[in-house]
Write a protein that binds this ligand. Structure first.
Ligand SMILES: [Fe+2]
Length: 170
């Protein structure tokens, strides 16, 4: 594969990552605004929203270094999908659980995307970019780990709130 082709792949991957992170924001922000009874989840979401904003900045920095802009239009389309997905969980009453499963799935999607991008960065010799991508990857891994470790406690709390009659509270 030529250098140009590798670069094109890298730029496409970076634009996708940029859109993915905006989608992450559009999933997490509506969730955060609805949480009442799970401050530990609200705190973690708030932290990861800030991290995600930083990740978007890192991806933009890499794209700017390659003299590439990010695609605002594509980002908008994906953000809309994210908002719809978040809203789909509000009806059934187990929103906090379903959101947690979806967040875990999304973090793992992000992990896969950054591992792939890092590989392309290494093949293309984009060493400075790789440092930024590694920083993003580390935050996604930490968030996925937290969600994984929290799912049992969250479910226990959800069940006990239900038993106490706190119906459909998130
Ligand atoms: Fe994330």
């Amino acid at each position: 594969m030529s250098n140009t082709e590798t670069r094109d792949l890298f730029v496409t991957g970076l634009r996708n990552a940029h859109a993915m992170e905006n989608q992450a924001l559009s999933i997490m922000k509506p969730q955060l605004s609805r949480i009442e009874h799970y401050p530990e989840i609200a705190n973690k979401l708030e932290q990861h929203i800030r991290e995600t904003e930083g990740q978007i900045g890192r991806v933009e920095e890499i794209l700017a270094g390659l003299n590439e802009d990010h695609s605002a239009l594509k980002d908008m389309a994906l953000s809309f999908t994210g908002a719809m997905a978040a809203m789909g969980h509000t009806i059934a009453g187990d929103e906090i659980l379903k959101n947690s499963f979806a967040n875990y799935a999304f973090e793992n999607l992000e992990i896969a995307a950054y591992k792939s991008l890092l590989t392309i960065a290494e093949i293309g010799g984009h060493n400075a970019a790789a440092l930024n991508l590694q920083a993003n990857l580390a935050e996604e891994v930490a968030m996925a780990k937290w969600l994984d470790e929290n799912i049992i406690d969250l479910t226990k709390k959800f069940v006990s709130l239900r038993q106490a009659g706190e119906k459909a509270k998130i």
